[in-house]
Design a protein around this ligand. Structure first.
Ligand code: CA
Ligand code: CA
Length: 551
């Protein structure tokens, strides 16, 4: 099933109880899609005791909106209620304003198209409202027909006599809309055929007889669901194999494959989803054997209906399919069946990031708990950003989770960020949280030198791993193999899953090792090349075979 979703406006930047895993079926009706706009964000509430239906009904009766994000882990999002109201209803609960967090891939999508002054934009909209009765504030009618991708189209209708210029920015680089396209048209109908899932930005310039009405813009997202249909993994061509293996070889992981390829390990990918039907990945996807897919029943009673391959916290359904590209690439680096660092580890896809590249804290934290409760042994989180002191409660949400992960013997691998910052001095979240259950990763080149973009920190960043750079980005699975099987990306987002794969190998070789012991093994066996003042605890790039021999 393919879904069309039209959103207007620009994308914003941007100790638990023993019964934590118990289900609260009574709140299923309050499960909802995640916010995608600033105006939709509420307050995250995490309680120590299970949240009751009565508590939620009382809030709803007062006109507040409740989203049961992960009631199994006592986390909901409430919109409209005052802080005092929440304190009264949930005394002692942890509360945080929900907020958007970005991915840590180095390339950012070109969303910043400059518009003119507010005054002129208002005038432009006033003119366009006159065009035709319509549902959208700009008076522009979008007809997105998403029955099938090849049929999906966007139509802009205006009255005759008006002229529209438009620029379309597609989900670069897979889309055929690579960069900007300008269509000047005197006809009243403009059509667009989106060819891949993702977010499209449409900028319209409306020209009237009396004035050139400057720019207005809107964006829409195209996303899709597919049932899990595993296919046998074909080997890549020999010519591709060397490039696909570059990160795996750089850290000496293939040299450790005679000991283990990651058997028995489950790597959760907390990201934009994973194309679990990609031919290189599908054989490695962890299925939930206690759940029968597509029968609309929560068979394993974990609070999530039909979560056979994972869960999508963004659209609140059982299809964590990737509609952005980030998560599939990340999963592929960690545990691709052919060339991933841990090719025999399992992948647990969890979608918390929207197709536009950001996700809300409530979804991210719930995705993390879901990963632990589904049996992940390693979690990759290539998501984060600078920390502001005003967001102390975000810190506490993450910290509570890291304590939970530590209790459950789960290793959380975190990307350090791509802003060339010393995170000892400029704190980033969740990188800054001291925890025995987390390993933070900066990005190096394939030869081991820190990249120009990577964050670093002699205390806050544990190790470096290959993340790709302009000269040698990392090639891995694309999210939309119908268009391209592989795609190149760079970022600490990529260095993190390379390390998550390494952790899976170390854990598989010796399941009794604690995260702290694994971290020590990696930190003490790095290779050092051209640090240029960019330090980490390990001062260099990880080396799996050496780390495995360290203990
Ligand atoms: Ca379930
Ligand atoms: Ca089911």
């Amino acid at each position: 099933m393919l879904r069309g979703k039209i959103t207007t406006g620009l994308v914003a930047l941007s100790v638990l109880s023993a019964c934590a895993a118990q289900q609260d079926n009574s709140l299923v009706e309050y499960q909802k899609p995640a916010p995608t706009k600033e105006s939709e964000l509420g307050d995250v509430v995490q309680t120590k005791k299970p949240i009751t239906k009565k508590q939620v009904e009382e809030l709803e009766d007062k006109g507040f909106s409740v989203r049961a994000v992960c009631p199994a882990n006592n986390i909901i999002e409430v919109s409209g209620a005052s802080s005092a109201e929440l304190d009264r209803q949930f005394p002692g609960a942890l509360k945080a304003e929900n907020t958007f967090v970005k991915m840590n891939s180095a390339e950012d999508r070109p969303f910043d198209i400059n518009t003119e002054s507010d005054e002129e934009i208002t005038a432009c909209r006033a003119v366009s409202v006159d065009l035709e009765a319509s549902e959208s504030p700009q008076g522009i009618v979008f007809e997105l027909k998403p029955e099938a991708l090849s049929d999906a189209n966007l139509t802009v209708s205006t009255l005759e006599g008006l002229k529209l210029d438009w620029i379309v920015v597609g989900p670069d680089p897979l889309s055929s809309f690579r960069g900007d396209k300008l269509h000047a048209s005197a006809t009243p109908i403009l059509t667009l055929l989106p060819d891949v899932p993702g977010t499209y930005l449409v900028v319209l310039r409306i020209v009237t007889a009396s004035r050139d009405c400057l720019f207005t813009n809107t964006s829409f997202s195209l996303t899709y669901d597919e049932d899990y249909m595993p296919v046998k993994t074909p080997p890549p061509s020999i010519s591709l194999y060397e490039r696909l293996m570059s990160a795996t070889k750089a850290i000496g992981a293939d040299a450790a494959w005679s000991v283990t390829k990651g058997e028995g390990q489950v790597i959760a990918i907390i990201d934009s989803g994973v194309n679990y039907n990609h031919p290189d990945l599908s054989a490695n996807v962890l299925v939930n054997s206690k759940e029968i897919p597509n029968n609309k029943i929560d068979d394993d009673k974990n609070g999530y209906v039909d979560d056979y391959v994972g869960y999508d916290f963004v659209y609140n359904d059982a299809y964590p399919m990737d509609d952005h590209g980030h998560g599939t690439h990340v999963a592929s680096l960690a545990a691709n069946a052919n060339y991933g660092v841990a090719p025999n580890a399992k992948i647990l896809p969890i979608k918390v990031m929207h197709t536009h590249g950001a996700g809300d804290i409530a979804s991210i934290v719930c995705g993390l708990y879901y990963a632990v409760d589904r049996g992940a042994t390693v979690i990759n989180l290539s998501v984060g950003g600078p920390y502001a002191i005003s967001r102390i409660n975000d810190y506490l949400l993450y910290k509570a989770f890291l304590e939970y992960a530590n209790q459950k013997h789960v290793t959380v691998v975190i990307a350090s960020g791509n802003d060339t910052q010393d995170t000892d001095k400029v704190p980033y979240l969740p990188v800054m949280i001291p925890s025995d259950s987390r390993i933070t990763v900066g990005a190096s080149s394939l030869s081991g030198a820190p990249t120009s973009y990577s964050n670093y920190g002699a205390r806050s960043v544990d190790v470096f791993a290959p993340g790709g750079d302009g000269a040698q980005p990392l090639l891995a699975a694309s999210y939309f193999p119908k268009v391209a099987m592989y795609i190149s990306k760079s970022g600490t987002s990529m260095a993190s899953p390379v390390t998550a794969g390494a952790v899976a190998l170390l854990r598989s070789a010796n399941p009794r090792l604690s995260t702290l012991q694994i971290k020590e093994s990696l930190v003490r066996t790095t290779t050092m090349i051209g640090l240029a003042g960019r330090f980490s605890v390990g001062d260099g790039m990880i080396q799996v075979q050496n780390a495995m021999g360290h203990r």
